[in-house]
Design a binder for this molecule. Structure first.
Ligand code: NAP
Length: 458
């Protein structure tokens, strides 16, 4: 018999009932940690879209299929663990945070960083200027970006930022389209890229080559694109003493490898490639130029200031203009605020300490909404585990009474006429996408509109 004094999770009769909001990597790693640390747990896994996996499905580039393999592990967790998937449910709209709190012992937010940092310069929202989120979502078939238009009749594009997302954007723009045909890239993007006239992509870093945030594997790939030259001037590769000190730091091995890659490109003889990737360092956007659409970018020339490991870009009085017809801003993601949850505006995360949301006992965060948009998919495993450990340490302070969990959540959603999707529904969508892809030699052909995803279940 369960009793109200028994701690939740201590017996099968009195399970710990947790709502996890977001079914991307951090959400699934939270599920994994919960099932590992608590023998009697039941999890309601809530997702805004009708389908699971978040960034694994909609963020990882289609030509990097190995990075999507974590979905296999997530699938096993969903099918074998004490998890009930609630797809197509928006927290704050279909169900409130308070309702989740009332029906579960605790709530873990793993809703990622769905929006972008802003540059804050004039012209940022001119037609032809896009966020990386929009472009990545578009080629990955994310329903929110399905109908975005990118004017790929332009010959010159600029990518602002020097992280792995910028690398993905530049690579998808410049890769021969035939190399994408057998990936799970969305059909609408493949068609548009097949007709693309983009020949030159300029990648802009506000700091120097030693501070670029690419992982060297992703950077190296950009020098191996068929028919595309990687062009970098030798001058910015001659580094000052602070940069050399950074490269000598054994904890900064990636930066030394990146600089070696840039240097090898600078030494390459010019070829007859028809496409080119140009690298710019120590340059920050001052304005996007154009009246009715983007026609160029005005850049400040920067210098570095500060101690090794903490050098920042400082604008000099010098500027230059770069004509271009497309701009992709890839300067980092930001979490979206949710009414009722304290938000750290500076970091773009839910305000929290070690995953405990500030001033809200019983509410937790893991993944990018907790620490900001950094690291690779696997980084979220330790991050989610740390949050779940905090939750387990807090068990004596969580409500002791039994909570109805998924059953009550389902009842609320049914009463409101919310059309939810279940994990078996996802398996049907998955089968349908794989079948459609098979005919085209692709691993899957994604359904890219909400209506199509839901219609596949009718
Ligand atoms: P990121 O790695 O943080 O890179 C952001 C870039 O934007 C940096 O070069 C940064 O420069 C620059 N930036 C920021 N604010 C700027 C401003 N106001 N003006 C000009 N430049 C500015 O972010 P990300 O590329 O979005 O990637 C997010 C995370 O996902 C990273 O951890 C990344 O490794 C990961 N990811 C991994 C893969 C993969 O493993 N293949 C693929 C995609 C993404 P500063 O350095 O000067 O701040």
């Amino acid at each position: 018999m369960s009793s109200a004094t028994e701690a939740p999770g201590s017996s099968a009769e009195h399970p710990l009932r947790i709502a996890v909001v977001g079914s991307g990597p951090a959400g699934f790693y939270a599920v994994e940690a919960l099932t590992r640390l608590c023998p009697h747990v039941e999890i309601s896994l809530i997702e805004r879209l009708p389908v699971p996996f978040g960034l694994v499905r909609y963020g990882v580039a289609p030509d990097h299929p190995k990075l999507k393999q974590t979905a296999v592990v997530f699938d096993q967790l969903a099918q074998s663990g004490p998890v009930r998937f609630f797809g197509h449910v928006t927290v704050g709209q279909d169900v409130s945070v308070d309702e989740l709190r009332d029906t579960h012992h605790a709530v873990i937010f793993t809703c990622g960083a769905e929006s972008d940092r802003a540059l804050g310069v004039p012209g940022e929202s001119l037609p032809g200027s896009h966020t990386a989120t929009e472009f990545v979502g578009w080629y990955n078939g994310h329903p929110d970006y399905r109908d975005h238009h990118f004017d790929l009749s332009q010959e010159v594009a600029v990518v602002i930022g020097q992280g792995n997302v910028a690398a993905d954007v530049a690579r998808i723009l410049l890769k021969p389209v035939d190399a994408l045909r057998q990936t799970d890239i969305a059909a609408h993007a493949l068609d548009a890229l097949a007709a693309s006239r983009v020949r030159e992509v300029h990648v802009i870093g506000r700091r120097g080559p030693a501070q670029a945030k690419f992982t060297h594997k992703e950077l190296r790939e950009l020098g191996e694109l068929p028919g595309c030259a990687a062009r970098v001037d030798a001058a910015p590769l001659s580094l000052g003493s602070a940069c050399e000190a950074e490269l000598a730091d054994k904890h900064n091995e990636g930066a030394a490898r990146n600089v070696a890659i840039f240097r090898s490109w600078a030494a390459r003889p010019a070829g007859d490639e028809h496409r080119a990737l140009h690298w710019h360092f120590l340059a920050s956007p001052a304005a996007l130029l154009g009246d009715t659409r983007v026609t160029g970018l005005r850049l400040n020339r920067n210098r570095l200031e500060g101690a090794p490991g903490a050098q920042t870009a400082v604008a000099t009085a010098s500027q230059f203009d770069l004509p271009c017809g497309l701009v992709f801003r890839s300067i980092g993601y930001r979490g979206r605020a949710l009414p009722g949850i304290p938000f750290d505006n500076g970091r773009g995360t839910f305000a929290n300490t070690d995953g405990r949301i500030t001033g809200n006992p019983g509410l937790y965060a893991a993944g990018w909404i907790k620490r900001g948009p950094s690291g690779i998919i696997g980084t979220n495993r330790a991050d989610a585990l740390a949050t779940v450990e905090a939750l387990m340490a807090d068990l004596p302070t969580l409500p002791a009474e039994p909570k109805p969990g998924a059953a009550a959540l389902q009842a609320l959603l049914t009463q409101r006429g919310v059309r939810t999707t279940s994990y078996p529904d996802w398996l049907r969508i998955d089968a349908c996408e794989r079948q459609q892809g098979e005919a085209l030699g692709k691993p899957r052909e994604k359904l890219t509109r909400l209506t199509d995803l839901l219609a596949a279940l009718d």
